[in-house]
Design a protein around this ligand. Structure first.
Ligand SMILES: Cc1cc2nc3c(=O)[nH]c(=O)nc-3n(C[C@H](O)[C@H](O)[C@H](O)COP(=O)(O)OP(=O)(O)OC[C@H]3O[C@@H](n4cnc5c(N)ncnc54)[C@H](O)[C@@H]3O)c2cc1C
Length: 497
């Protein structure tokens, strides 16, 4: 695989170009994109894997963050997904080394409350990133503080694409072509032989990457089946509009439930990204836009952009001599901002597979099974948000319908462990779900929505329950939080010294 051709210059295409050119310096990598088609231009929140991506490429935060209006992200605050008193909001943090000090108490407390004891079990009371995010602190500790906190970023999607294009075509030597691909030429054995462009060019190669977005041009031509997730994830539309930036700049994404979906709030240094991800079975685009405008309090000001999404994944991400990444590979709604994470995971797993075992069919089969399981694992976590929502403000019946979706067998097993008071960490291990979301994440989701017996039915904790010293945990978190500076002071951006 020395001649790599990438179709598409969105974030997925340029990330892939960087990773392949970095790992295989002897390969010729060509990226072709059509400026007139353009990129989807959303996707502005990440997981900590994006930090790993920039670290792999040797690109410092001080280089890319200012160029992309980027901010730090400690996790996601879920607002309005539950009506349970005391559980209207919770924070889902990225897992971090300091969790080992409080996670055991958190797990113990949730189990005690699940089995009917009146103990404090809200995740935000136990985990440091929730405290840091609530105070708009950055994830960088003071120098003498011996623990790191893991984090992701928020960024401008167009600017990240441009930054990565500069890195790919500069130090990494990727060839950039601008043309519209009209035909996928096949070889007699079914492989892709070349991309034919509207300017008459024929771009041949031995590996083709489909990062053509929802068009999925190459995988469409290869007729790779698509596995839809629409039966459990209803949201297939979005309406997007920016609002001005604000200070202090939050160090978290917010995901606020509305009548038929949820709205993201992604804070950049220069603006706030907002988008209502909703189900077109429950709302028209005009209704969704009106609801978003009301939520943002902006009346008729500004221009909204409407998007339709194809929800699910290709059955096989590696087919013939082609690899699918990004929206051409699949789409899971951005509730956990996992798309770029999946791009990185797919490309790295592919490079590992080829470096280890070449293009042998069994190698390809194993890779495809791994990536499909990863998608399905993330899908399960997102479905759990809907299945366990406790929102009764439900004018269009969306939230009740979401509570009734059929969970996968592994998710069903996990829910049954939760409701029967079983050991969740063991159940997560057994279902293999810990590979995609940690036990802490699962506990946050289930406890965060107040999925416990009604408060009136809880009994005071008796002598059989260890006392959880909340004052001590609170004091520990307060002392730790003092070691973290204000987010604004840490932003490596020209306007944020
Ligand atoms: C509403 C929404 C919110 C999202 N939020 C998040 C988030 O918070 N976090 C996250 O990680 N991800 C998120 N995503 C996903 C994220 O936007 C994408 O994964 C990411 O932008 C990568 O997109 P892409 O590169 O696959 O596709 P695109 O950006 O659509 O790029 C496709 C490329 O293919 C090119 N192309 C297409 N057809 C042709 C042709 N015939 N000839 C030549 N070139 C062609 C286009 O010109 C373009 O360059 C979100 C997605 C949506 C829809």
């Amino acid at each position: 695989m020395t001649d790599v051709v990438i179709l598409g210059g969105g974030t997925a295409g340029w990330m892939t170009a960087c990773l392949i050119a970095h790992r295989w310096p002897g390969a010729t990598v060509t990226l072709v994109e059509s400026p007139e088609i353009g990129i989807v231009g959303v996707g502005e929140g990440s997981t900590p894997q994006l930090k790993g991506f920039f670290d792999t490429l040797g690109i410092a935060e001080s280089d890319w963050m200012p160029a992309c209006d980027a901010t730090y992200k400690l996790g996601i605050g879920f607002d309005g997904w539950s009506d349970r008193p005391g559980y209207d909001r919770y924070f889902h943090p990225f897992p971090t080394a300091l969790d080992s000090h409080t996670a055991a108490s958190f797990f113990y407390a949730t189990r005690a409350r699940r089995t009917g004891r009146d103990v404090e079990a809200h995740p935000d009371r136990f985990l440091l990133p929730a405290r840091l995010a609530a105070d708009a602190r950055a994830p960088q500790p003071a120098e003498n503080f011996p623990f790191e906190v893991s984090y992701g970023y928020h960024f401008d999607a167009h600017k990240v694409g441009a930054f990565l294009a500069g890195h790919a075509t500069g130090p990494l030597g990727v060839v950039h072509r601008q043309a519209r691909v009209t035909t996928i030429e096949r070889a007699p054995n079914g492989d892709v032989a070349a991309l034919l462009c509207d300017d008459g060019a024929r771009i041949a190669g031995d590996l083709f990457v489909d990062s053509s977005g929802f068009r999925s041009l190459i995988f469409g031509a290869l007729e790779v089946p698509f596995v839809g997730y629409g039966d459990t994830l209803f949201n297939d539309s979005a309406v997007v509009m920016p609002t001005p930036g604000r200070t202090p700049v939050p160090s978290q994404t917010s995901a606020t439930a509305l009548s038929a979906g949820w709205v993201w709030d992604i804070p950049l240094t220069t603006r706030t990204g907002n988008g209502y991800v909703y189900s077109s079975r429950h709302l028209t685009p005009a209704q969704a836009e009106a609801e978003l405008r009301t939520h943002l309090g902006i009346g008729d000001a500004g221009q909204a952009r409407h998007l339709k999404m194809r929800v699910g994944r290709v059955r096989n991400s590696w087919s013939h001599n082609a690899l699918a990444v990004g929206l051409a590979q699949g789409f899971l709604e951005p509730l956990e901002a996992t798309a770029l994470h999946l791009v990185i995971a797919t490309v790295e797993a592919f490079l590992d597979a080829v470096d280890r075992g070449g293009t042998m069919p069994e190698n390809r089969t194993a890779f495809n099974a791994t990536i499909a399981a990863r998608y399905d694992g993330v899908r399960d976590y997102i479905v759990a948000h809907y299945r366990l929502n406790q929102r009764n403000d439900d004018p269009v019946g969306y939230w009740a319908e979401a509570r009734a979706v059929a969970p996968s067998d592994s998710l069903k097993g996990l829910m049954s462990a939760w409701f029967t008071g079983a050991d969740m960490a063991a159940a997560i291990d057994q279902a293999g779900l810990g590979r995609y979301y940690s036990a802490i994440s699962w506990h946050c989701l289930m406890a965060g929505y107040g999925t416990f017996p009604d408060a009136a039915r809880l009994m005071p904790p008796g002598a059989d329950i260890d006392r959880i010293d909340m004052a001590r945990i609170d004091d520990f978190l307060t002392r730790c939080a003092r070691n973290f500076d204000a987010h604004d002071r840490h932003l490596p951006h020209k306007d944020f010294p």
